[in-house]
Design a protein. Structure first.
Length: 318
């Protein structure tokens, strides 16, 4: 039985030739996006979807639904060191959706596209029991043939992240308790920012390993660890987060911070010299180091003691 996304990807890669036998100079399943080489150019392809009662509630402002649907794809492209070019939208609707919701949905997608790049160039519409928005995106590398990948971490590299972690899950829980509340945390959850400029700066600094935090720092770092076959050690006390989360989460702080999904910050892993160079250009925090290259392993420490997570990041197979 397939239990998680990683097992599903492994199953696909081993059983279908159109997946396993792509051209050797392409990058297929297993990263934030695929990279297709055409003559002298490279294009970035990705897809993401949001579904009612999985990613949003029926009373969510549909502007935020549209915004987040686009940003999740923009973030995947940013995580590859690229910028978005175009999007196609498949929209699943039912008889309960209103004209205002449709209008607000496209206002949100239009706003995110105008602010962070990419054009809405087409799509499809289907009848569906639950409302969903599935988006396919095309992007291009800022520097041709230079990209960020999950499988490029090396022994001795340091681990850095952009921004703060934990605000998204806090914002989600705050909205679930009171959907009229508005603060830094709810803003992060409803209108996240794709780190496109930060991805550009990373590529220009010679960094080649990275991904975005969409499923939680713990799960996404583990993906890098497994893709690169390295041991990663993280000092929890070096992870930046808003101080109000200490009081909000209390004794469950570590679990909430490490499993908070839909943050859309970037994980960047490189030699210390390159990270220090990047630190002069953008706001990043060094939180750990790659300490082994024999087997994949991820360890979190706090006060020199290992953290044992009591909860897992979100998984669609869960």
């Amino acid at each position: 039985m397939i239990k998680n996304e990683e097992q599903f990807i492994d199953f696909l890669s081993k059983n279908y030739e159109s997946i396993s036998q792509i051209p050797t100079n392409w990058l297929g399943v297993g990263d934030d996006a695929a990279i297709i080489k055409l003559d002298s150019d490279e294009l970035i392809f990705c897809a993401d979807a949001v579904v009612q009662d999985v990613h949003f509630r029926k009373d969510t402002d549909f502007f935020n639904v549209g915004w987040k649907a686009i940003v999740s794809n923009q973030s995947d492209i940013a995580a590859m060191g690229g910028h978005p070019l175009a999007f196609t939208i498949t929209l699943g609707i039912n008889k309960n959706i209103t004209k205002k919701q449709l209008t607000d949905l496209y206002k949100g997608m239009d706003s995110a596209s105008k602010k962070y790049g990419g054009y809405l160039v087409g799509g499809d519409i289907v009848r569906s029991k639950e409302i969903f928005i599935s988006i396919s995106a095309i992007g291009k590398n800022f520097l041709n043939k230079k990209s960020l990948r999950r499988d490029k971490a090396n022994l001795g590299d340091v681990v850095a992240i952009t921004g703060e972690i934990g605000n998204s899950i806090a914002g989600f829980e705050m909205i679930e308790a009171n959907n009229s509340i508005s603060n830094k945390q709810t803003k992060k959850f409803l209108e996240p920012i794709p780190r496109i400029n930060e991805g550009k700066a990373a590529i220009e600094s010679g960094i080649i390993c990275g991904m975005d935090i969409s499923d939680g720092l713990s799960k996404d770092l583990r993906r890098i660890s497994e893709s690169s076959n390295v041991k990663i050690e993280i000092d929890f006390d070096k992870i930046p987060y808003d101080n109000i989360l200490k009081e909000y989460f209390k004794k469950n702080l570590e679990n909430k911070i490490l499993t908070s999904g839909e943050e859309y910050e970037l994980i960047l892993i490189a030699p210390i010299s390159k990270i220090k160079s990047l630190k002069e250009k953008i706001n990043i925090s060094i939180i750990g180091k790659v300490t082994g290259n024999k087997d994949p392993e991820l360890i979190f420490y706090k006060n020199n003691k290992k953290i044992n997570l009591t909860s897992e990041s979100f998984d669609h197979f869960g």
